[in-house]
Design a protein around this ligand. Sequence first.
Ligand code: GLN
Ligand code: ZN
Length: 770
Amino acid sequence: MLKTNNLGYPRIGALRELKKANEAYWAQKIGQQELLQAARTIREGNWKTQQEAGIDLIPSNDFSFYDQVLDLTLTVGAIPTRYQEFALEGSSSYNLDLYFAMARGFQQGGLDVTAMEMTKWFDTNYHYIVPEFVKDQQFRLTSEKVINEFNEAKELGILTKPVLLGPITYLLLGKEKEADFDRLDLVDRLLPVYEEILGKLSEAGAEWVQFDEPFLALDIDDKTRALYQKVYDRLSAAAKGIKLVVATYFESLRENSQTALSLPVQALHVDLVRGENQLDELLASVPANLILSVGVVDGRNIWKNDYEASLQKINQAVDALSADRVWVAPSSSLLHVPFDLDLEDNEQSLPAEVKNWLAFAKQKLAEVKDLAILASGDVDETTAAHFEANKVAQQSRRTSSLIHREDVKTRVRNITDADAQRTSSFTVRKGKQQEKFNLPAFATTTIGSFPQTRDVRKWRADLKKGAISQEEYDTFIAEETERTIRLQEELDIDVLVHGEFERNDMVEYFGEQLSGYAFTKNGWVQSYGSRCVKPPVIYGDVSRPADMTVRWSSYAQTLTNRPVKGMLTGPVTILQWSFVRNDQPRSATTYQIALAILDEVQALEKAGIKIIQIDEPAIREGLPLRKADHKAYLDWAVRAFRVSSSNVEDDTQIHTHMCYSEFNDIIEHIAAMDADVITIETSRSQMELLDAFADFNYPNDIGPGVYDIHSPRVPSKEEMVKLLEKAKAVIPAAQLWVNPDCGLKTRAWPETKAALEAMVEAAKTLRGVA
Ligand code: GLN
Ligand code: ZN
């Protein structure tokens, strides 16, 4: 029988119990004991679910109140000095208040400390808390969470495999807070803590420990590769009978294969979903005795596994290594998929046929077990039936008319270079657009949304519940839109927006109107801390059955003589923030979405909306993890944007918008998007992000954000004038627009009005008319 291995399980709870408990604790509605109990209940449930599913290597320490990287930071005592006030010694083992202060900042009773920085976990939508290191960083075992949770499971009769981030990945994930040192050089001081943990886990009776080292699947240098050998020599010497498994994921090992395979550990986990082609190469050089954990069940997406395809890989590994040296596993931790498909019962948003193609975390455990049984050859009746059902589901996906639309596929196949190219050069377009709109220098606009007040959200919720009629809802939206148009006229903004009051979310709103999309009720995935997202599911060929935004944009345009900008979300962003198909390349899905957006662009144009913004904030976050793959991605991503925006009149002005992006290494691709105007977030970097555009001699128009919309603070006119002067020093004035950093939906009305008033004054000052 092949063994089954799981790397990590979602910890937010089937119905987001941890989110609720955390938030109640932060609001001081429940005490520490209640929170700890809620956490214990989740852990116990997770372990039992995995035990019942027949998983042999069940992880522990994959639970976290907030983030597993922060857990390790506390474990090794890398606590930045600004948290010294939160006494460590003597209190409970978790020291929750210190922990949450590091995660979220703390402002109370005279104490005021900022949170640690947070950033994306590789190419997922999960965010981790970035460790901070100083030159003489000291480490010591400060929290015994990993040992406590192992013991907790043991008391329940479950012998788990504790999971820790490996020392090299941990250091690489952090940031140097002082100059003149390399954080990897801290490893000699860090290792004793790991050794101490291994000693304690050995005493507690652990058989296996998993070290996550995803950096082995990334671009690393020779020094780092050499360090891997050294670090694991030491850890294996300190293991005291414990066996070690090193886990890699999210990419293939490529040039790091030899390094990974020669580590002195007992097992290596590899991702055969993202790195589906690496098996041959690995099997050719797996050393004798090393166990290979083959990650065949996708930990990053929600599709049912294709048993036949997976079995081929597993069997290949078994043939090369023998059954006792192959473990069956998900490709990565299941943290990145929702909890349980059985909780979905809304036939309308998730039809039964589509549901039958999906698997969430709990279902993936069953798949892992099925595959292990099937590969062992000793197949019982139930498993044989599962295999048959799996074949039927795969077959239905290959042929279902819900998925496959010949007209859509043909249209994508027929995209020509001309479809991805505006008719005239930017210079010609700019002339014609100037003639048409006659906008002043330093033209002012906003990014799209205006405050989504509690009222707006309540009306939407009431509509969903059936508490108000569609007509009542529409009347409300119309009034809110009209008020917003009047306000922008009063403020003397040049290019207006309708305010996006009718939208719940910039991707969901479009997904709900496109065919090929499904939605879940409880498909939550942790994004950071207690925050979860519920990405829509693209299951089929995407098309646009009817106009999506024309109604509200043209209504707004009837109210005013100034141009109203149409607002769309771009194809790459729609892709990036959804669960996507795995039966065709991402690029193919993106082109389908691009054509649907193009249809909407042309419908807007026909309705007289001649300025259209296509938001692409997620272009950068879609970058592949390996540099060697960047260009291929950027080529199709940019082309898809161009397909969505090129087939328009010269005097139709296309805007795009991107926030929280660095542009340095991708500026030529941003320029290749050829939007007439790009608005970007720049205020928090004091316009520094503009340098990339300046150095590149970026030819089209740019609206560098002049104030930060993340804070209720109202900026003064003078501040914004200063920022614009800075912008003007590097970008010719004739190319500059004036706008906030991003949409205003999270702001309240008073600060919004005040800030925009000052913004328009600032623009006028630069024009020399105020
Ligand atoms: N048009 C969107 C808005 O204003 C853009 C949001 C975004 O860039 N994240 O809300
Ligand atoms: Zn934005």
